[in-house]
Structure formats: C-alpha cells, structure tokens
Design a protein around this ligand. Structure first.
Ligand code: CA2
Length: 159
C-alpha cells in the first residue's frame, strides 16, 4: 500500500517583544556613568543572537512616545507574543497608561533598568510596573536584558 503523505504543519516559533522607552535611543552616546557605553543597537543585536539560537522570534521596539509604546503593547496581544522585556525608562516613574496597557494584555513581562535606580534620586525609586512584573532587574547594565531573556527562554521551554 502506498504511504499517504501527511501535510506537516509549520512549527510556530514563540515570540518575545523587547520594549525600550524614551531616550534609550541615545544609549552609548551620553551619560556613560549611568548607562554604559553599549548602544541600543548592540543590545538588540545581542538579544537577537540569543533568541535565534533558541529558535524564538524576537522583536525590539524603541519609542520616545508613550502612545506608541502603548499601541505596541496592544499589538503584542494580537500577535500572540508570549513575553515582554521592558525598560520603560522615565515612564517607569510616571506612566499609569503604559502600566494599564500591560495589565490589560496580561502578557508576562520582566522590567529591566540599566542603572541601579535604588541608589539614585528618590523619584526613581517608585515604579508603576514592578508589582505587575514577573521580575525586576536593575543595575546590571546591558547584561540585565540578556539575563531577562535567558529567564524567559527557560520559562517558555518549561511551560
Ligand atoms: O536605568 C535605567 O535603565 C532607566 O530606566 C533609564 C531611564 C531613567 O529615567 C530611569 O530612571 C532608569 C533614562 C533613560 C535615558 O537614557 C539615556 C541614555 C543615554 C543618554 C541619556 C539618556
């Protein structure tokens, strides 16, 4: 008997979104004492390499506009994004709207800060995101993003 060909379904790769808030496009060009010398594009490339090895799709998005970040979070739900890594930058300390967007889509996220916000000005010590986040990483510079991705890749594998 002839063996029937079965159409193989393409394996859908998990998708992770990285969101960078306002002014992070300036990374590596100013204030190296706080934010290091690594550029945003270096960070995105390192994350993309790690995701590729893990066969996960990774999108990165930076904006200086609150509404654009909110709309990217909404789109993430439509796209079936499994997890988000976010450095909300100054919106960390101000944006109820971005917080509400993350709460609404209910996608697990890790909050990352390059600097250790706890040893800086008092206004940086409150975050509108930390109580919703799966975890918070701060003070590890660009390596914080890689640590967040490593954690999420493991989490996706065991779910
Ligand atoms: O430490 C972080 O990652 C922050 O999220 C960075 C924000 C700051 O408002 C938060 O309190 C902590 C600022 C991002 C500004 O990025 C720049 C990068 C280079 C030069 C100037 C600003």
């Amino acid at each position: 008997m002839k063996k029937q060909k079965t159409a193989s379904k393409p394996v859908e790769r998990a998708r992770i979104l990285v969101l960078h808030g306002p002014n992070l496009n300036l990374l590596g060009t100013r204030e190296p004492e706080h934010y290091g010398r690594v550029t945003l594009s270096d960070i995105n490339m390192a994350l993309a390499r790690m995701a590729e090895v893990a066969e996960v799709d990774l999108d990165a998005f930076q904006s200086n506009h609150e509404g654009a970040l909110i709309e990217r979070v909404h789109a993430a739900r439509e796209q079936g994004v499994r997890a988000i890594i976010i450095n909300p930058a100054a919106y960390t300390h101000t944006s109820v709207a971005l917080r509400d967007a993350l709460a609404a889509v209910a996608i697990p996220f890790v909050e990352v800060h390059l600097s250790n916000v706890h040893v800086r000005e008092a206004f940086r010590q409150h975050s509108y995101f930390s109580d919703l986040a799966v975890g918070v990483i701060c003070g590890l510079g660009h390596q914080g993003y890689l640590a967040a991705l490593e954690y999420l890749l493991n989490k996706i594998n065991i779910e």
